[in-house]
Write a protein that binds this ligand. Structure first.
Ligand code: GDP
Ligand code: MG
Length: 210
């Protein structure tokens, strides 16, 4: 069970992105399930994904990044599903990405060896809303920075709304916050993701092969 966590502020494009990932995995006949934490914000994310025929575990009760037990029970439940290859996690848009990521990294040590053996945190994907970057950096800089710091891959989303001269300094700013040498990819998730980028994400941000 390979896990992809998709973090980013509310409205950045997480659900749009995971719908694209889901379509890609399903077209490759890979089985995928979702762990979604709407936390009362949109309430339709689960419905959108479920409409695509996927399994969804929804956690409504508070923020996933604070709910260690709910998160671990959800993951352990999914680990019981036979032949489940991928789990995609969408936390609340208000979640602290670093806290959630620490919980995901510690899961194998907190669970029985059999479940842990099936578990791999494959990719920490961060979605950044380019169109609202400046605004969000003024209002919730800690959340935006936290979601960038954990990333194996950053998707700089909504570039359809941006000019080149506006995107370049945002990229430079994100590069300063990134801990590792993670790729920053410009996307318009609404219009879909390239096959190459999907492969990069599924490979964990490194070599573009699955
Ligand atoms: N212009 C534009 N809008 C987008 C793009 N990707 C997502 N959106 C819109 O942004 C809004 C929030 O997207 P959603 O995936 O629900 O964000 P989430 O809250 O992070 O899950 C929706 O209205 C999407 O249609 C994009 O590439 N360009
Ligand atoms: Mg969403």
């Amino acid at each position: 069970m390979r896990v992809i966590s998709v973090v980013g502020f509310l409205g950045s494009g997480k659900t749009t992105t995971i719908a694209a990932l889901a379509r890609h995995l399903t077209s490759q006949r890979q089985r995928v399930a979702f762990l979604i934490n709407d936390a009362g914000e949109v309430q339709i994310d689960g419905a959108i994904i479920r409409a695509g025929g996927h399994e969804v575990v929804e956690i409504y009760n508070g923020c996933l990044c604070l709910m260690r037990d709910d998160l671990y029970i959800g993951l352990a439940d999914l680990a019981q599903i036979k032949d489940l290859e991928w789990v995609i996690i969408e936390p609340s848009g208000m979640a602290d990405a670093e806290r959630l990521t620490r919980l995901l990294e510690r899961f194998p040590r907190a669970i029985d060896p059999h479940t842990a053996a099936n578990y791999e945190l494959r990719c920490r994907l961060s979605i950044v809303d380019a169109a609202r970057y400046r605004l969000l950096m003024r209002s919730v800089p800690h959340l935006v920075r936290s979601s960038i710091r954990v990333a194996d891959v950053v998707l700089l989303n909504k570039i359809d709304l941006m000019t080149e001269s506006a995107i370049t300094p945002i990229e430079a700013d994100i590069r300063k916050t990134l801990k590792r040498d993670a790729p920053i990819k410009r996307v318009a998730a609404k219009e879909g993701l390239s096959q190459e980028l999907l492969a990069t994400i599924l490979a964990g941000g490194g070599a573009a092969s699955v």
